[in-house]
Ligand binder design. Structure first.
Ligand SMILES: Cc1ncc(C[n+]2csc(CCOP(=O)(O)OP(=O)(O)O)c2C)c(N)n1
Ligand code: SF4
Length: 299
């Protein structure tokens, strides 16, 4: 396993010059993900910012084949690719379905549930930038409480983020992990591991988005780190039902030095209308989730 960034696969699968925004966390995450999965990978994706990064046919900076599908059918399309490869006796190819939080939490949930229940042999990746960002930041069920979006412009979002990872876990899949591109080695190692496992694997990527979250593009890595430091994003994996913290979250769990959510919230323009009551609600929500993880790690 790599100990530092120089030990990652040196090959690049994304050439310079994509149409993603400056400072896009997805560009980083996708780069490390493809380094881990390497050649013989097929990606299927719906409309989202990743489509923009992939480019318009026949031009693309990405050196692996990708198929565009409709929103509700990302995992169904992966099931079709898996069946096609099986018919061709091709067991050497990793099939990856990848979609944003809108395309997963809201629209892709049924086809993902179906594919997971059939134990389809693929990796599903949700990159969670906490909103419908490609169409200009509408609210999704992954948007956190208190965030301004174009569909929650006055009162901000009134509900907490849906605990989607819990829903996926209820399918008893062999491998599930949460990652952040601010911790590339942790992300890389989890994809290397997921590639070797058979059946449905799910990886959740927490993705900073400068225009949607309203922070300077240079701060994407910092924002991802703050999410982990405050417990709004947690690095962990669940392998055959066994939960464990990984990377920075493991250290925070051991040392008990998690930061308050205000340290994260105050850095982003999307939270500028958040009131004290919402801030307290968000803190209580994070504390509750964290305590659940701690109990699982100890048990
Ligand atoms: C059926 C359908 N409805 C709406 C759209 C318009 N649309 C394209 S991308 C997008 C946002 C997707 O959000 P998400 O899945 O969170 O990915 P992100 O844009 O954040 O990368 C929408 C609504 C569409 N392409 N197809
Ligand atoms: S809108 Fe956000 S997620 Fe989409 S390309 Fe720009 S930075 Fe990336």
């Amino acid at each position: 396993m790599p100990e530092n960034l120089f030990k990652l696969n040196a090959k690049e699968y994304i050439l310079p010059g994509s149409r993603a925004c400056q400072g896009c966390g997805l560009s980083l995450a996708y780069r490390y993900m493809l380094k881990a999965l390497r050649e013989n990978t097929i990606v299927t994706l719906p409309a989202c910012c990743l489509c923009v990064l992939q480019g318009i046919y026949p031009s693309t900076p990405v050196m692996i084949p990708a198929l565009n599908n409709s929103f509700a059918s990302t995992a169904a399309s992966a099931s079709g690719i898996v069946a096609g490869l099986q018919a061709l006796n091709r067991s050497d190819t990793t099939v990856v379905a990848i979609a944003g939080d809108g395309g997963t939490f809201d629209m892709g949930i049924q086809s993902l549930s179906g594919a997971a229940e059939r134990e389809t042999d693929f990796i599903y990746v949700c990159y969670d930038n906490e909103g419908y960002m490609n169409t200009g930041t509408q609210r999704s069920s992954a948007t956190p409480l208190g965030a301004i979006t174009t569909t929650t412009p006055i009162l901000t979002k009134q509900q907490h983020k849906k605990d989607f990872i819990k829903i996926v876990e209820a399918h008893d899949i062999p491998y599930l992990a949460a990652v952040s591109p601010s911790y590339p080695i942790d992300l890389y190692e989890k994809f290397v591991k997921a590639k070797k496992i058979k059946g449905t694997r799910y990886i959740h990527m927490h993705i900073g988005c400068p225009p949607g979250w309203v922070y300077p593009p240079k701060d994407t890595v910092k924002m991802g780190r703050l999410a982990v430091e405050t417990g709004l994003a947690v690095l962990f994996e669940v392998e055959d039902g066994k939960f464990r913290f990984t990377g920075r979250s493991k250290t925070i769990a051991q040392k008990g030095n998690r930061l308050p959510v205000i340290n994260y919230v105050e850095k982003q323009g999307r939270f500028k209308k958040m009131n004290i009551e919402q801030l307290n609600q968000l803190q209580v929500w994070v504390d509750k989730k964290w305590d659940e993880y701690m109990r699982r790690a100890e048990g």
